[in-house]
Design a binder for this molecule. Structure first.
Ligand code: SAJ
Length: 449
């Protein structure tokens, strides 16, 4: 070590230099839709990357040069494996070879809708068992403010290492939007907040090596809250437009006309659209992490709670409109042949997590309907141990259905054919706005009088 450099500076300078000359080995824990793209960016930036995942199947597939993530081309994985720049493993001991480790594991909610930190804790313990002086650890998983300092730091320091001196610890929120054609890991600005200023400096240097824009912030808590702010903003505004859909329905006004006209305002407005509820692993869940944390501090986050209430009522709102529409055709829900069109949680992706379509289908079946679905992105899915197979979208299928419920409006669906052959359509996404006059009776999300 250079004389005169303190342990802290020594460790920090040493790591900064290894990042600068790309001799640092970078670990990524969790090779999913966040971790795998990140691992590829580190590898393309010239680092040797150790990808650690508990899934033997994912690791074997990656080492065979295949990508299991929609946004990561298989040829990228194959090349980085061939070049020896990326290796995937289930052996946690390989983490000991790393100088920097990013954690990108799930942070779901438990059955009691509280944060399930089990994946973060397991990853932290695996790293703590293999941690050594000079290492940088960055948590990327969306979580409540305080997690990095309260959950990770003690476990790392149990090994006798001091965060900010011997090891460096930071939070950097993942901002991956699966399927987004424009924004991906490399060109999406990356917020980075360390437990200490030295931690912020080292983590910023690491991400600056492979991401175009890095945004250092004062602490891990600031970085944790940035992510929750982003997604709470979305959840609250989606809740607002969903309530506007209900308001417009009661007033006999087309909510889409209101929203589209409001969106002509060139300043001070941001367009959100109503629908059958919210899905995905971010928007329905992230705000509840903040709400949970604030409850431990005896504060009730009313906006989050209200938005969550309204958004989670939307599937039933849709089902009630379907029941009323069938009733107007002198049909009951019981025994009705229902075709649900689009089940992924949002359009043009194949992800089913927390999809409102699951609630819509479950409630219709509880009322005795015979429900099938078509989704060009989801050929089949498993839920509660049952495999659901999609059906082909044919004119006969449309004609035989008592009602078609458009839950997710994938771009590739021929909505004109749906309009021409289905007798009754409940359109929760305004997909019918893309068609000309049709024979079908269309029930929109808010019924203009
Ligand atoms: N939704 C609406 N109306 C809207 C927007 C969304 O009903 O105006 C519904 C969607 O159908 C979906 C749910 O809300 O069911 C969430 O949609 P989303 O567009 O927010 O997409 P997500 O869940 O994939 O959110 C991700 C988030 N990315 C990260 O957390 C890194 C979010 O921060 C992004 O802003 C969002 O993608 C995006 O903009 O696509």
């Amino acid at each position: 070590m250079t004389p005169g450099l303190t342990a802290t500076n020594g460790m920090k300078e040493q790591l900064l230099n290894r990042i600068k000359d790309r001799t640092a080995v970078v670990g990524v824990v969790g090779l999913g839709y966040v971790g795998l793209p990140l691992a590829m960016e580190f590898a393309k930036a010239g680092f040797k990357v150790v990808g650690y995942d508990v899934s033997e199947r994912a690791v074997q597939s990656l080492m065979a040069g295949h990508s299991h993530i929609q946004d990561v081309p298989t040829e990228d994985v194959a090349e980085q494996v061939r070049l020896g720049r990326f290796v995937a493993t289930t052996e946690e001991a390989r983490l000991r070879d790393c100088d920097a480790i990013s954690i990108a594991v799930p942070t779901p909610l438990s059955k009691s809708r509280d944060p399930d930190m089990s994946y973060v804790e397991a990853a932290t313990l695996a790293i703590a068992r293999n941690c050594r002086a000079g290492m940088l650890i960055v948590l990327e998983s969306t979580t409540y403010p305080g997690t990095t300092r309260e959950v990770l730091q003690p476990r790392i320091e149990e090994k006798g290492l001091v965060v900010g001196q011997d090891v460096f610890l930071a939070f950097s929120p993942e901002r991956v939007d699966p399927g987004n054609p424009t924004w991906h890991t490399k060109n999406t600005p990356k917020v980075v907040g360390g437990v200490t200023p030295n931690c912020t400096e080292v983590a910023s240097a690491l991400y600056s090596a492979c991401i175009d824009t890095v945004v250092p912030v004062a602490s891990a808590e600031v970085a944790e809250l940035v992510k929750l702010m982003e997604n709470t903003f979305r959840a609250v505004n989606i809740g607002l437009v969903n309530e506007m859909a209900i308001v417009c329905d009661k007033l006999g006004v087309d909510v889409w006309e209101v929203i589209n006209a409001a969106a002509t305002k060139p300043f001070g407005y941001m367009k959100f659209t109503p629908g059958p509820g919210i899905g995905g692993h971010c928007i329905p869940l992230d705000p509840l992490y903040l709400a949970w944390k604030m409850r431990t501090l005896n504060y009730r986050t009313r906006f989050i709670d209200l938005a969550s209430d309204i958004n989670s009522e939307m599937p039933e709102y849709v089902v009630r409109k379907v029941a009323r529409a069938l009733n107007d055709d002198q049909k009951s829900v019981k025994g009705a042949r229902v075709l649900v069109l689009g089940v992924a949680y949002k359009k043009d992706i194949d992800d089913m997590r927390e999809s409102p379509a699951l609630e819509v289908m479950r409630m219709l079946e509880e009322r005795g309907a015979i429900v099938v679905y078509h989704d060009p992105w989801v050929k089949s899915f498993r839920e509660h141990g049952v495999t659901h197979e999609g059906v082909a979208l044919t004119n006969e299928r449309l004609q035989q259905s008592d009602v078609v419920v458009i839950v997710t409006d994938h771009t590739s669906v021929d909505y004109q054919a749906v309009a021409d052959h289905a007798p009754l359509i409940m359109d929760a996404r305004n997909a019918m706005s893309r068609t000309t006059v049709s024979k079908a009776r269309v029930v929109p999300l808010s019924a203009p009088s």
